[in-house]
Write a protein that binds this ligand. Structure first.
Ligand code: SF4
Length: 349
């Protein structure tokens, strides 16, 4: 039971099973893992199952309903519950740490439920849950583990996958082989949340392939191969682009000025500063009736004009965006430098 960071994190097992190299790169979490709903939901589930009080934004009743489906399932199981307990196990000489959402242990068996609050379908027979199952087998001496996904957004909400001793031993051998495999970089859909993407050699190779000239002169077969190559790697390319954008924002914020881009605030849709006061104005002056919606700022412009709307509304800042800073020369010199360094080295043209 420890807080130490784990190289072989169960939550990213699907990635390191497929790309052994990903655990060797510097881990830069540049993308926000848009899991605020998931984080909030897991904290709520933990509080409910541990009987703790917590303040709750009661507007998010959907999340409360979703979490309840999971907590009710956990409570319905016989056995001793361990909620959000950090586990560690030695697997093939590697220390593996992880925190399953819950373990419900009983005589030589255990349930390992996992709450999934996203929409993407998750099968309990996934590497993340199998790693948790193996750890539970080792820590609790369970001869059988029941891996369970509780995913309220998908049917069936509760999905189970049971692993007996033979299956656990076979998976352990598979996992040790994955951890002991030579370091290679294999792009795919698993690149999406890879914190090493920014320094990944495979990604650099893909980006250079994107710059390949002469598409118009390719024969049909080469064009097909090129298009297939790019499409096969599209998720990795999108993820890498997001990482590069986020790194640029960070570095520009730290004073790096020669990227050719600048960071500007990004504004959301215009909103009323005080909607109650604006509604009263429309009721008193424009005959707005009960049951009618308050006009939006853009509708209101046509009724009362720009001055009123500008005075009573604002565009909230919702983030930052990168805009070109008119330094094409910098981009060209960068392109030339990476062509020297990477492109021609491989015999590309
Ligand atoms: S970006 Fe993809 S290929 Fe590169 S290390 Fe990460 S998972 Fe592997």
């Amino acid at each position: 039971m420890t807080n130490k960071h784990c190289k072989w994190a169960p939550s990213s097992a699907d990635r390191w099973f497929k790309c052994r190299g990903s655990v060797e790169l510097e881990q830069v979490q540049t993308r926000s893992v848009h899991a605020s709903r998931g984080t909030k939901g897991h904290a709520l589930a933990e509080s409910i199952l541990k009987g703790r009080r917590m303040t709750w934004d009661n507007q998010d009743l959907d999340l409360l309903d979703a979490v309840s489906e999971y907590t009710e399932w956990v409570k319905s199981r016989d056995g001793v519950p361990y909620i959000e307990e950090k586990l560690s196990a030695n697997i093939g000489g590697h220390e593996v740490y992880g925190t399953p959402d819950a373990v419900v242990a009983r005589n030589y068996t255990a349930d390992v439920p996992d709450l999934k609050l996203g929409y993407q379908y998750v099968h309990p027979n996934c590497n993340q849950l199998k790693v948790y199952g193996l750890m539970v087998h080792k820590v609790f001496a369970s001869c059988e583990v029941n891996l369970v996904v509780v995913q309220p957004a998908r049917e069936p909400v509760v999905r189970e996958y049971c692993m007996d001793l033979e299956m656990l031993e076979a998976f352990e051998a598979e996992m040790v082989a994955a951890m002991d495999a030579p370091v290679t970089f294999v792009p795919g859909t698993h690149c999406k949340w890879c914190p090493g993407s920014i320094s990944c050699p495979a990604m650099h190779g893909i980006i250079l392939a994107l710059q390949k000239d002469g598409y118009d002169n390719m024969d049909k077969e080469t064009k097909s191969e090129y298009i297939r190559y790019i499409l096969d790697n599209r998720d990795a390319i999108k993820a890498h682009l997001a990482d590069v954008e986020n790194q640029a924002v960070t570095l520009i914020g730290q004073g790096l000025t020669d990227t050719g881009y600048k960071v500007q605030p990004k504004f959301g849709r215009r909103k009323w500063v005080d909607e109650t006061a604006v509604r009263k104005y429309f009721e008193d002056n424009c005959d707005l009736q009960d049951g009618q919606k308050t006009p939006t700022p853009s509708q209101a412009k046509k009724i009362v004009g720009d001055d009123f709307v500008n005075e009573h509304s604002e565009c909230p800042k919702v983030g930052v965006k990168l805009t070109h800073d008119d330094t094409l020369e910098t981009l060209e010199s960068f392109k030339a430098s990476i062509e020297d360094e990477w492109f021609y080295e491989d015999g590309g043209s």
